[in-house]
Design a protein around this ligand. Sequence first.
Ligand SMILES: Nc1nc2c(ncn2[C@@H]2O[C@H](COP(=O)(O)OP(=O)(O)OP(=O)(O)O)[C@@H](O)[C@H]2O)c(=O)[nH]1
Ligand SMILES: [Mg+2]
Ligand SMILES: [Zn+2]
Length: 360
Amino acid sequence: MSLEDYGWDETWADKLAQSEENRGIPARVISEHRSEYKVHTGEVEMSAKAAGRLFHAPFKQTELPAVGDWVIVDETDERGKATIRSVLPRKSTFSRKVAGKNSNEQVMATNLDTVWIVTTFGADLNPARLERYVALVVESGAKPVIILAKVDLEALPEPILETIQLRIPNVPIYAVSAKAQIGLENLNQYIAAGQTIALLGSSGVGKSTIINHFVGHELLHTASVREKDGKGRHTTTHRELIFLPTGGVLIDTPGMRELQLWQRDDNLEKSFADIEALAVGCRFSDCSHETEPGCAVVAAVESGELSEERINNYMKLKKELTFLDRKTDVQAEQAERKKWKAISKEQRRLAQQHKGNKKR
Ligand SMILES: Nc1nc2c(ncn2[C@@H]2O[C@H](COP(=O)(O)OP(=O)(O)OP(=O)(O)O)[C@@H](O)[C@H]2O)c(=O)[nH]1
Ligand SMILES: [Mg+2]
Ligand SMILES: [Zn+2]
């Protein structure tokens, strides 16, 4: 295996050459566990930690090494541990809002070419959520692909794929079964030396089982879903990069518990290009497509050109994004206020000192 099999190419070599901290060897981050990293140099795998300077300004939390990153590591120390000196600029960043109150961004995986969004028919099949995953993947800079897994379990109602496809146009959808070996050959086209693919989806949908198929043996632990509600058991607990014998890289991820969209709404435009195109015909340029007269979007729903479901989903997503934006604004404002407080305090202190000096 060489670095090229893992995705290294001239673009990365250029980035390395341009990097300030370019003494050391390039490696790819395979996993992260409590700030302990595993990296691979193409020759060996080693443990590594991030250099202290990466924890301080001007570096942001989101710039710390993440699974999928190309990094520069130096020689291992006496304990066999390498230090990650720097992270090469990413070509794509998959992140999400951290579950919980604060709208903080969490980087999940980087430098992805494709993301396989895995779902199953039945309780897990939720077109609105699929749409959100797709928006998130497009936002990250990677290409989304939808995989309807475990199709051996239930006979799919004929039009189900078409229904999803109508709702989410331009994203390939494949029905597969890793157990019964159905449809997997359709996924081969994404696997190639240098290509990085991450698998996303709820726990128990069969992500690790699909990866095991491409690895060729039971590399990853899998576990049956709970009988009473069909929910997975969160068997995979951390993100991990897996090098395929054929070249190419798959990233296994734990089943997602909560998926919220991360601010910027230009991806909304990309995912709902049809609605944005219709909106050009609205009488008011800031039309909310709710109550305004001369709304081309409402007209399209009325004429049946646009499905009611799709417009509802668009509205829901838009509301969620506005909410997140507002939340981020409030946080930014608070941080700003805190900063000014500190500055004026410092000024008062200096003024006092100045007075004191004069008296003396
Ligand atoms: N019938 C059937 N079962 C499958 C198929 N693929 C996976 N399974 C089973 O579904 C269960 C969950 O599979 P996993 O691969 O562990 O699911 P996962 O998505 O990795 O789940 P987490 O790691 O918890 O996120 C296991 O018992 C698998 O054997 C399939 O194609 N058909
Ligand atoms: Mg798993
Ligand atoms: Zn309108």
